[in-house]
Write a protein that binds this ligand. Structure first.
Ligand SMILES: NC(=O)c1ccc[n+]([C@@H]2O[C@H](COP(=O)([O-])OP(=O)(O)OC[C@H]3O[C@@H](n4cnc5c(N)ncnc54)[C@H](O)[C@@H]3O)[C@@H](O)[C@H]2O)c1
Ligand SMILES: O=c1ccn([C@@H]2O[C@H](COP(=O)(O)OP(=O)(O)O[C@H]3O[C@H](CO)[C@@H](O)[C@H](O)[C@H]3O)[C@@H](O)[C@H]2O)c(=O)[nH]1
Length: 431
């Protein structure tokens, strides 16, 4: 089939490359000319394991990029909207980018003779597909949904760092369509991907995505709350979760306590669902607490450091890990951001290191010191905060010997001090 993908960020570029790998002809549309150029030269606009290889393989053959909506719509059967859905000022969803993409799509569909399917892959709150996307495309195309064009919602569940693998091997595919014809086109695109498919209406599909993310975020905040209690009682919360997680009704994953959840999805999506609930007159106390625990958790890292070191002004502090999790250069909502902001507020001298995300963090904190290795960051540092679960931090040992102090606060349970040959003053955030 022929498919166009609107937005070439994490979801769009991965979806485009994977649809090409599944044998479809793909056109990427982005308003960012740099991304268009990169994709057309066979290079990925973001770092994702395996993405460069797929783009190199398919670019200029069955995959091209453009900023021309008319060309893309004329030459495809369906368009997937994969643009950003950031938080507005009050945390509720900002749909302006989705609206703009829907307008451009509507104008292009106006000029098309044949049936076209509009698919929303961006994470959008329930009712958006019908009340914003469908109605905008109708308005700008002068055509009728269900007759002249189809509409479906197909949420994406990929994880950054594992995005290509997740797209090709998903747990589930959800297709929320306004009618059978639209749903059929979307399902056909996934032919060859082996997993259960849920066929439903658009608003249920939209809600499935939010419930999936909110539940995982809730597990993490629950684990952090339990971890905070366990720490005070001198109980190993990881041992607790290992045992509790053997209950198949609980399941062990996403119960690792630590510095909290970051990323472009969990914080934004939980807040968007809160905003949507408030909008319909329901106050979601549990979801508010999930955000509250997550906002407080990273600051505990600084408090623990202060307990050991006292005043932090002019003290050199190594911050290991800037990405919101391992295996990505993405720093969106990284828990190291509030930590660095608080350290700066207290006048600390920060030596930061991340294997991939330093360039992105420089845009947020241009004036801290960025180091090329963990060793360089630890050199002469009085304290160290481990913020991201990069494998290499679990292998640190002798490097701690170069510190001026010995305090290491671990936010991701990367270090087992009993296994180190170097003597450190170690404390875990919840253990
Ligand atoms: N990042 C993830 O891991 C992930 C996973 C599942 C779902 N999602 C959801 O998918 C959506 C996209 O997320 P992302 O992380 O890929 O975003 P992103 O910011 O990385 O990419 C969005 C892209 O859209 C482009 N764009 C903006 N306006 C446009 C327009 N009018 N026409 C064409 N292109 C336009 C931007 O230039 C950018 O390249 C969000 O709703 C997000 O919540 C993200
Ligand atoms: O037990 C855990 C598990 C994760 N995290 C943190 O949670 C965040 C998110 O991790 P992860 O879910 O692996 O990353 P994302 O790439 O943000 O993926 C989530 O968000 C995507 C966007 O919606 C969804 O598609 C995915 O299914 C969903 O896992 C990171 O900061 C992790 O450090 C914890 O603190 N404890």
């Amino acid at each position: 089939m022929k498919v166009s993908i609107i937005g070439s960020g994490y979801v769009g570029s991965v979806s485009a490359a994977c649809f090409a790998e599944l044998g479809h002809e793909v056109i990427c549309i982005d308003i960012d000319e740099e991304k268009v150029k990169l994709i057309n030269s066979g290079r990925a606009p973001i770092w994702e394991e395996g993405l460069d290889g797929l783009l190199e393989k398919h670019s200029q053959k069955t995959l091209i990029a453009t900023s021309d909506y008319d060309y893309a719509v004329q030459n495809s059967d369906a368009s997937f909207i994969c643009v950003g859905t950031p938080s507005g000022e009050d945390g509720s969803i900002d749909l302006s980018i989705v609206k703009a993409a829907s307008e451009s799509l509507g104008r292009a569909i106006a000029k098309k003779e044949h049936y076209h399917v509009v698919v929303v892959k961006s994470t959008v709150v329930p009712e958006t597909t019908e009340k914003v996307v469908l109605s905008t495309v109708e308005e700008y195309s002068g055509k009728k949904a269900g007759r002249d064009f189809g509409v479906a919602m197909n949420p994406e569940f990929l994880r950054e760092g594992k995005a290509v693998y997740d797209f090709m091997h998903p747990d589930k595919i959800v297709v929320g369509a306004i009618d059978e014809r639209s749903g059929f086109v979307v399902s056909e695109l996934y032919r060859g991907v082996d997993c259960p498919v849920t066929h439903t209406d658009p608003r249920t599909a939209e809600m499935i995505k939010y419930v999936n993310n909110s539940f995982l975020a809730t597990k993490i905040s629950f684990a952090n709350e339990i971890g905070n209690i366990c720490k005070q009682l001198g109980i190993d919360t990881y041992e607790v979760m290992d045992a509790v997680g053997t209950d198949f009704r609980v399941e062990r994953s996403f119960l690792n306590c630590g510095a909290g959840f970051g990323g472009s999805c969990f914080p934004k999506d939980v807040k968007a669902l809160i905003g949507k609930a408030n909008g319909i007159g329901y106050r979601p106390h549990l979801l508010e607490s999930v955000v509250g625990v997550n906002d407080r958790q990273p600051l505990k890292m600084v408090e623990l450091l202060q307990d050991r070191l006292g005043e932090l002004g002019n003290r050199r502090i190594a911050v290991l890990g800037l990405a919101f999790k391992n295996d990505t250069d993405d720093i969106r909502e990284s828990r190291s951001i509030p930590v660095i902001a608080e350290l700066l507020r207290q006048g600390a001298d920060i030596a930061a290191y991340d294997p991939m995300a330093a360039e992105n963090m420089k845009k947020v904190f241009p004036d801290i010191t960025y180091c090329k290795t963990s060793s360089e960051a630890l050199e002469e540092a009085e304290g160290c905060l481990i913020m991201t679960e990069w494998d290499e931090f679990g292998k640190l040992d002798k490097e701690f010997g170069a510190m001026a102090g010995k305090t290491v606060i671990d936010g991701r349970k990367m270090i087992d001090p009993k296994k180190l040959s170097t003597d450190i003053d170690y404390e875990g955030i919840c253990w």
